[in-house]
Design a protein around this ligand. Structure first.
Ligand SMILES: [Zn+2]
Length: 321
């Protein structure tokens, strides 16, 4: 913010301009790049919400009761046993409602408020970026939201946005229990039998009156929202991109990985932030001019973005520009 011409020339001699392979985790060098970046893209994954206490349910250990969580996140699972799928999502709705946005969500929201040319894509369905007051026009929820409700009838387009009922319906109350003294929730114990929840206990769609209501998230094998994808493509094609953040995601699933390639082709340097980003096995991804910070996003983002968003006040708020 207060950088004098003397600062700028000093850094030009010693950092990124003449040395494309400046240390990938040099915060000063990153700040210089950030200050000269206008069009910025971010891709966020579960790691952004990790320090808010939300489990990822993906990869190793991604089990819920004795179910592989990725198996529950499918149309097939919902057709076979809508009750158990709804319990899984009800539990996640309850957890995310109790969680608070962290400094990573807040820092990104502050960047968005200060830079209209910053677009944030999130794979998270937890609503924490929204609750950190990230401007909605600069946030694309790739995988939908735990708080959107859709119809399970594929030919029906009913959708209800922002349903925060907890429990979602009476039959799903066991997923919204708060245990005293940190005791484990009985629902999470695979040996604790849960009463089967029939489809007749789940609310029907008010529009077609045929389908039952389902979580408005994108399940494995389902397409992302076509209009949203077109908006993102249009944004990416409109002008070159200066910088892309890849935050808390291994970015191995489509379309995440393709966004990184496309942004690179549009001129973007990539800055990766997640605890594994500087592991030896990950270093091959870092190209000249890129950055990687092997740290938690909530701790790292306020530091990295400080030249644009300033320091937070004592309440952890970055305030308005
Ligand atoms: Zn319907």
């Amino acid at each position: 913010m207060d950088s004098t011409p003397a600062d700028t020339s000093a850094s030009a001699e010693t950092s990124t301009t003449n040395h494309p392979m400046a240390p990938h985790n040099d915060i000063e060098a990153f700040h210089q790049v950030l200050k000269s970046s206008r069009r910025i893209l971010a891709l966020c994954g579960a790691g952004l919400s990790a320090s808010s206490g939300l489990p990822t349910f993906r990869g190793a250990g991604g089990f819920w009761r004795n179910y592989d969580a990725t198996q529950l996140a499918t149309v097939r699972a919902f057709k076979m046993d809508a009750g158990i799928v709804w319990l899984f999502y009800s539990y996640r709705r309850h957890l995310a409602l109790k969680a608070e946005p962290n400094m990573g969500h807040r820092a990104l929201a502050a960047l968005a408020r200060r830079n209209m040319d910053f677009l944030c894509l999130t794979q998270n369905v937890d609503n924490l970026s929204q609750r950190a007051e990230h401007p909605s026009s600069q946030l694309k929820s790739l995988h939908g939201s735990l708080y959107d409700i859709k119809c399970s009838n594929e030919s029906c387009d009913w959708i209800q946005k922002g349903n925060f009922d907890d429990p979602f319906c009476a039959a799903l109350a066991p997923a919204s229990v708060d245990m005293p003294n940190g005791e484990p929730l009985p629902l999470l114990d695979p040996y604790h039998r849960v009463k089967h929840i029939g489809e007749d206990e789940i609310p029907k769609c008010p529009q077609c009156k045929k389908g039952i209501q389902r979580p408005g998230v994108v399940w494995f094998g389902e397409d992302l929202d076509a209009n949203m994808m077109m908006d993102i493509s249009a944004w990416m094609r409109a002008e070159p991109i200066d910088l892309m953040f890849v935050i808390g995601t291994s970015a191995q699933v489509y379309p995440a990985a393709s966004y990184i390639d496309k942004a690179r082709k549009r001129g973007a340097r990539i800055v990766t932030i997640n605890p594994e980003a500087e592991d030896e096995a990950e270093m091959y991804k870092i190209k000249p001019g890129d950055f990687a910070f092997g740290r938690d996003a909530a701790e790292c983002l306020p530091i990295l973005l400080e030249p644009v968003i300033g320091k937070p006040d004592e309440d952890g708020e970055f305030g308005m520009p």
